[in-house]
Design a protein around this ligand. Structure first.
Ligand SMILES: Nc1ncnc2c1ncn2[C@@H]1O[C@H](COP(=O)(O)OP(=O)(O)OP(=O)(O)O)[C@@H](O)[C@H]1O
Ligand SMILES: [Mg+2]
Length: 350
């Protein structure tokens, strides 16, 4: 019986990224979570063949092959069929804020349905909507509207079914990640999640998500420019990227950081745009930038953005924030891969 109760507190968080699948097994202990198991399945095919990703912005997730990868990950981690929560890629969905006068929850539900069409840039009949009240203040009710193509949800559900995963919930990654960081950060924060294929830039205020958009520049591009700039194969470029990052390193005549900086600056301009737009709308200034996602591990990136954007920039994840604890033996690994696991942890963290 005791064992059964113990097991009951375990659940899985799954993040199917474009270049890797991440799984965490977490145990809930009162308000905290403990990491009891994890796995990352990296697919390097996309480095050799540009379209060989698990999913891309234009290519939809393929249920059969994704389910095989999920099965492989579950087998390798030897986890059990606990209740599972999955992240939906930020770039697949859309969020917007809606503002209403003071109204009851029931009235808001009606108003959201009635007005959603004006906010969502996708055909409503092909879209699944969700919403939550994020602020009630001075006679105003602010609602976060979330929209995801129903087809995307179905593909994730089908992949989970084929992999025999006991799926209990799906959530947009940007929403889950902001909720997680919002547990600790109550100011105006920009969250920059840099993955393999896409970067998602979100603004969070008073602990809630306020805006979010994705761009197509991310870690895969960093590898590509090193590969073509140095005339080396992409696998070697990937190793070099991880080993040197933006730190001073010269190969022949070429400084690796010089190859990377134009891409860093593309992302920087998008961060600035998000910060400025939020300021114009609310007159509230972003105070800090949080970098997360696998590519936030790029050495020197936090220092570069801090200097360029004149704001404090920190690399962060659920472990460094103390929201998820772990066996101290895992400390050196978690330091390196913590940001890769942010979304997988966030979907579990309610
Ligand atoms: N130490 C490191 N230095 C630089 N880049 C790194 C490091 N470790 C991982 N990366 C990069 O992180 C990226 C993968 O990050 P992540 O797992 O967040 O992506 P993903 O979720 O698969 O992609 P996406 O979110 O775009 O769908 C890869 O491009 C990888 O090269
Ligand atoms: Mg990702």
């Amino acid at each position: 019986m005791a064992l059964k109760l113990f097991r009951k507190n375990l659940c899985l968080g799954i993040d199917i990224g474009t270049t890797s699948i991440k799984l965490v097994e977490l145990r809930k202990i009162e308000e905290k979570m403990e990491l009891t198991n994890y796995g990352i399945l990296e697919k390097y095919g996309h480095l050799e063949r540009i379209n060989d990703a698990i999913q891309t912005n234009s290519f939809k997730l393929l249920e059969e092959s994704t389910s095989l990868l999920l099965k492989e990950l579950i087998e390798k981690t030897q986890t059990q069929n606990y209740e599972a929560f999955m992240a939906l890629p930020s770039f697949s969905g859309f969020i917007s804020l809606m503002e209403f006068p003071e109204m009851s929850d029931k009235e808001i539900a009606k108003a959201v349905k009635f007005q959603a069409g004006q906010y969502v840039p996708m055909p409503l009949q092909e879209t699944t909507l969700d919403w939550q009240i994020i602020e009630r203040e001075a006679g105003k009710t602010i609602v976060l509207l979330m929209a995801v193509p129903t087809d995307t949800i179905q593909r994730h559900v089908r992949s989970a079914e084929l992999a025999k995963i006991n799926l209990k919930g799906l959530e947009l990654e940007s929403v889950a990640v902001a909720r997680l960081f919002g547990k600790k950060e109550k100011g105006v924060i920009a969250i920059v999640d840099i993955g393999g294929r896409s970067t998602c830039i979100s603004i969070m205020d008073k602990g809630s998500l306020r805006s979010s958009h994705s761009i197509d520049t991310a870690g895969g591009d960093f590898t590509q420019v090193i590969s073509s700039g140095l005339g080396i194969n992409p696998m070697r470029a990937e190793e070099l990227k991880k080993a040197s990052g933006l730190n001073f390193q010269v190969r022949g005549e070429v400084k690796i950081s010089n190859l990377l900086i134009p891409l860093m600056d593309m992302i920087k301009r998008e961060i600035e745009k998000a910060i400025n737009n939020y300021y114009l709308r609310t007159k509230r200034q972003v105070e800090k930038i949080i970098l997360t996602g696998g590519s936030s591990n790029l050495q020197g990136l936090d220092a570069y953005y801090s200097q360029e954007l004149s704001l404090p920039v920190v690399k962060s994840d659920p472990f460094s924030l103390g929201l998820v604890t772990y066996n101290p033996k895992l400390a050196p690994i978690i330091r390196d891969i913590g940001p890769n696991l942010t979304s997988a942890c966030a979907v579990v963290f309610k």
